[in-house]
Each structure stands twice: as structure tokens, then as C-alpha cells.
Design a protein around this ligand. Sequence first.
Ligand SMILES: [Cu+2]
Length: 181
Amino acid sequence: MSIFIPEKHWWRDPLDKDEKVWLAIALTTSIVLTLAMPWWHVTQKQNPSSEYYKIKPETFDAATDRFIQEFGEKDESGAIKQEGGIDVVAPPAGDIFVRGQQFKWSPVLKLKKGAAYRIHLSSIDVLHGFSVQPINMNFEAVPGYDYVLKVTPTTSGVFNIVCNEFCGIGHHTMVGRIYVD
Ligand SMILES: [Cu+2]
């Protein structure tokens, strides 16, 4: 109930100029933003990949182990080098694997600038978030799905992989690494 009774037929009063201007601004903005979504999706390159396959977590786990054995960086004794307890892999262009699990990303990757990679990303336990810093590109590592990201590094440097989906008690320690040179 209003605190005063409006005059009869108040809704038939012509709109004030200010009201018309603001209505026009609001309408134009909403139309522009609505059209921007499909335009961005079709014409811009920031869209995430839509290539993914179903895979059993144990199959992905084994595939990552094979990948590490095949392309692991070896020391003089022939053992695979480690960084912070994680195997280091220097793969050629092509298919590479990144495994998320409580609470680590493996392996550590050494990539080449300009080489085209297909990163297979998945988790073998719970949902993890694959957040590449400092460029802030974010993807999800979902158990049961092999998510394929086509990546060609354009800048060299060190990139940290931060898990940005809360995944348990050690979530804050879940940091991986990609080197590009
Ligand atoms: Cu995680």
C-alpha cells in the first residue's frame, strides 16, 4: 500500500525527457551487450576448446605415466629429473598430458616457444581448476573427461599452475609449473 494515493490515470502522463533518455540508454546497452556475446564467440580467439573425450581416471593416469616415461628429462644416471618431487618432462610438439590430483599437478613441463601442443588435461580424483598464472587462463580438470587444449606458447618464461577449485585440505599447496623457452 502506498503512502499516498496517486492521481487517477497517472500512468497516462507523458514520460519526462530524463526518463526517455535513460530508458533509451538502458535499452541500447542491453541490445549491444546481448549482440556482443555471439559476436565475441564467433570472431574472437579467447574461446576455450570444445574438444573433450570420456576417459576412465585410471586410463588417464596410466597414459600420463607412459608420457612421463617416454619424454621425461633424464639425468646422467638415466633417472627422470624431479622438481619439488614432481617429474620433469620436455616433450616435443604434439600430445602432452597434465594430471591433476590431490594435491599436485604432474608432470612439470618444459615447452618450446612456437611449438604446437595438444594438452590433455584431466583429474584422477576430484574436480581441480587449472589456472595458468600470470596470464590468468582458466580451465577445469574434470575426472572422467580428457579435455584437449591446443596451445602454442608465444612467450618464454615460467608459468605457475594454480588449482583454483577447492579440492581438499592441501588445495593451497597444489601448484604446478610450465617452463617455456
Ligand atoms: Cu586441486
